[in-house]
Design a protein around this ligand. Structure first.
Ligand SMILES: [Zn+2]
Length: 80
């Protein structure tokens, strides 16, 4: 995917469009998303990865588990 020069957020496969903090408890989760995604894509179980990343609370675990990268689809149809 290509990055857009005019849009302030870099778009592409390495984006962290996941919310920076957990909605419920405020713990920072965005910095763990890339490692989570890469390890799950490599075949590890999500539960194992979340445990090793230190995400114990289920409010934080759902932030990564339930995240779907749809920003490319949304941007395609948006008007700025
Ligand atoms: Zn949380």
């Amino acid at each position: 995917m290509e990055a857009s020069a005019s849009f302030p957020i870099t778009l592409g496969g390495d984006d962290m469009m996941i919310p920076v903090r957990c909605f419920t408890c405020g713990s920072v989760v965005a910095d763990k998303y890339e490692e989570y995604r890469d390890r799950v894509n490599a075949g590890e179980k999500p539960a194992t990865v979340l445990d090793s990343l230190g995400l114990k609370r289920y409010c934080c675990r759902r932030m990564l588990l339930a995240h779907v990268e749809v920003v490319e689809e949304v941007v395609k149809h948006g008007k700025f």
